[in-house]
Design a protein around this ligand. Structure first.
Ligand SMILES: *Cc1c(COP(=O)(O)O)cnc(C)c1O
Length: 463
């Protein structure tokens, strides 16, 4: 299609970013099942529904903006990961993607384990009844207080991230008369993101202990000597929004190399290997994520092959998907407030939320899609940018999207795939109140995290 023939008009074509949609979708009313939660559909009246409840009713009852989470979809995805990896592996849901007590209970019921990385996440997990031995504690700078609480609670593993921490955890465990199960997080020199990965000798980042220069081997040496620690394995997490397993292949090769060195030096075969999370989801129709069973098969084969090559018993594998479980299960519902066509550029559509409920667009240049959900429309597509209400020109929710040209104030629009890293990264910028998370299932909607109130804000401000 030539640029001048662009359906949104020749001038619109000039501002489309490279590699992005060159044309609007054939029908703006169609919802791509890849980016929407499982039970989302459009009713005969044109109004979009989730779990059998339409968004107009949801907006009326819970207000906007709000996150609506498809509970059946969440459980189905959690179960799919659990089933794909089977009994010889463990799936740890990465709590930082989105954590609430309801989510903890669903994970518990579906047989998943849980990653936490702060005292607050640990408190949430324990208060919702997740057994401590199914919790892994992460972080590059856990406080001694956090370590103390985690060891005392009896967490299943602490993932050690530095030489200082090896000593700290050992010391605290001994003080408490315990032997703490630990893994050592290593950096393998693989940086994976979306469709590419880079394998290097060194990795310039704050997490983990480098394999390079024998540092990880030295960490293992020290950990094995300390009575307070039971070293159960090696951990590696290589990136986020990854679609391809080739980065994991290089990581597994390097981690297994370390396991072999450990066997040769110390005569021990560590029983576990954790390959981290980072599996990608579809934010737009252009993304093609792989199914959990394909990923499980690929990762299991890679580790098995590498271990056979090194004549090691295949260790128990664990993975830590966060986004891949919760990301696709929720959408953010907004009400359109103002519409500003900028001649020759695009139309700015302002909604009642913004960077306080979705910082990913501003922070990572993340792409999202958006749809008019309170009705259908036969109007022409217009190139739009969905922006928030914050005092910041970078307050963008969806950078480039097509919406119907008859969009009007009061319409409801929804941004799908906001289950991960949206509510969990939400802020009070401009003293905007953080939206609720509402779980919807079988015609029933219930608040699992309530909307913040001005009272909540003022309670923290002690004058
Ligand atoms: C963030 C993180 C994850 C989860 O990443 P997703 O992209 O949500 O799958 C898993 N493990 C570790 C150590 C992480 O830091």
């Amino acid at each position: 299609m030539s640029r001048s023939a662009h359906p949104a008009g020749p001038r619109h074509a000039d501002v489309l970013p490279e590699g992005h949609y060159s044309a609007p979708p054939a029908d703006l009313n169609t919802l791509d099942p890849k980016v929407w939660a499982q039970t989302v559909d459009r009713g005969a009246d044109g109004v979009v529904r989730v779990g059998g409840v339409d968004v107009k009713a949801l907006a009326e009852e819970f207000g906007t903006p709000a996150y609506f989470l498809d509970e059946a979809d969440f459980r189905a995805r959690a179960r799919a990961w659990r089933t794909a990896f089977g009994q010889d592996a463990d799936v740890f849901y990465a709590g930082k993607a989105f954590l609430s007590r309801a989510v903890v209970r669903w994970l518990h019921e579906e047989g998943l384990n849980l990653d936490v990385c702060s005292g607050g996440e640990l408190a949430t997990a324990l208060s919702a009844g997740m057994p401590a031995d199914r919790i892994a504690f992460h972080g590059n700078n856990k406080s001694t207080e956090e370590i103390h609480r985690a060891v005392e609670a009896g967490v299943g593993r602490i993932v050690l991230d530095s030489f200082q921490e090896i000593v700290r955890v050992a010391h605290i465990a001994q003080e408490l008369g315990k032997r703490q199960r630990v893994q050592i997080r290593v950096t393998v020199g693989v940086e994976a993101h979306t469709h590419e990965f880079i394998a290097t000798a060194h990795e310039d980042q704050k997490f983990g202990i480098p394999l390079a220069g024998g540092q990880a081997a030295e960490a293992v040496r020290r950990a094995l000597k300390l009575d307070g620690l039971e070293l159960i394995g090696i951990h590696s997490h290589i990136g986020s929004q990854i679609f391809d397993t080739s980065g994991f292949e290089v990581a597994a090769h390097r981690v297994v190399g370390l396991l072999k060195d450990i066997r040769d030096e110390h005569g021990v075969e560590l029983p576990e290997i954790d390959l981290g999370g980072g599996l990608g989801i579809a934010y737009t129709s252009a993304d093609d994520p792989r199914e959990p069973h394909e990923i499980a098969k690929a990762l299991t084969e890679i580790v098995t092959r590498e271990c056979e090559g090194a004549r090691l018993r295949t260790p128990r594998i664990s993975v830590e998907p966060g986004r891949a479980i919760v990301g696709p299960t929720a959408f953010t519902l907004y009400e359109v407030g103002t519409i500003k066509p900028l001649d020759g550029l695009r139309t700015y559509v302002s909604v009642d939320g913004g960077m306080s409920d979705n910082i990913r667009t501003a922070l990572y240049d993340a792409e999202y899609s958006v749809a008019l959900v309170s009705r259908t429309s036969d109007a022409e597509p217009m190139l739009a940018r969905v922006v928030g209400k914050h005092c910041e020109s970078g307050d963008i929710v969806v950078k480039d999207a097509f919406l119907p040209a008859d969009l009007a104030p009061g319409d409801l629009i929804a941004v799908p795939a906001t289950g991960a890293y949206c509510r969990s990264m939400a802020s009070n910028y401009n003293h905007v109140l953080r939206p609720p998370v509402v779980a919807v299932k079988d015609g029933d909607a219930r608040v699992i995290v309530r909307r913040e109130t001005e009272e909540d804000l003022l309670r923290l401000d002690v004058g």
